[in-house]
Design a protein around this ligand. Structure first.
Ligand code: GDP
Ligand code: MG
Length: 176
């Protein structure tokens, strides 16, 4: 990469099964893998141009960490932007995500940390929905985070959500 390229460290967090890995794969390769090993934890790199500026993204796909894990603290301390995922088909996943946002605020000791909240699986039928759009949006607003409903399956809003996180990191860097 050119010496001018900016690097961005993103951490994708959320309970198991909400589609963290599927979202990253969709973003990186534009495809949907139906089955993905839930225990795999990996780093992905992705180069792209966002708003005319080159970006090298280093994306951490976290897996299997509970709220109290020291590993999760370590990831949060190292991350510059956070994509926090719940499933619109699981109210429980939204509730679990709330604790993670609080933890990021606590560990980063700032209210301005770049966070994007994704309500994933929005391709599912309304009969499967347990979290309304307004409920997700209200939680994001209260958290000072950007909000998208997205689908790793259809690709809806996936790139927009990742790009928004990069925009927030850029703004954050300009201010600090
Ligand atoms: P992770 O544990 O958060 O990494 O979740 P995975 O990416 O492994 O996905 C868990 C399950 O949800 C898999 O069976 C996926 O096929 C499915 N899944 C992930 N994203 C979507 C989505 O946007 N829509 C639908 N319908 N299923 C999804
Ligand atoms: Mg996974």
């Amino acid at each position: 990469p050119s010496p001018l390229i900016q690097e961005y460290g993103l951490v994708v967090l959320g309970p198991g099964g909400v589609g963290k890995s599927a979202l990253i794969i969709n973003f990186q390769r534009g495809e949907f893998l139906e089955v993905y090993d839930p225990t795999i934890e990996d780093n992905y790199t992705h180069e792209c141009i966002i708003d005319g500026e080159n970006a090298l993204l280093d994306i951490l796909d976290s897996a299997g960490q509970d709220e109290y894990s020291a590993m999760q603290d370590h990831y949060i301390r190292g991350g510059q932007g956070f994509i926090i995922v719940y499933s619109i088909a699981s109210l429980d996943s939204l509730n679990q995500v709330k604790a993670r946002v609080a933890k990021i605020r606590r560990l980063k000791q700032t209210n301005r940390c770049p966070i994007v909240i994704i309500g994933n699986k929005c391709d599912l039928g309304e009969e499967r929905r347990q979290v309304s759009y307004r409920e997700g949006e209200a939680f994001a607003k209260k958290s000072g985070a950007a909000f998208f409903e997205a689908s790793a399956k259809s690709g809806h809003n996936v790139a927009d959500a990742f790009y928004q996180c990069i925009r927030q990191i850029r703004m954050h860097r300009r201010l600090t």
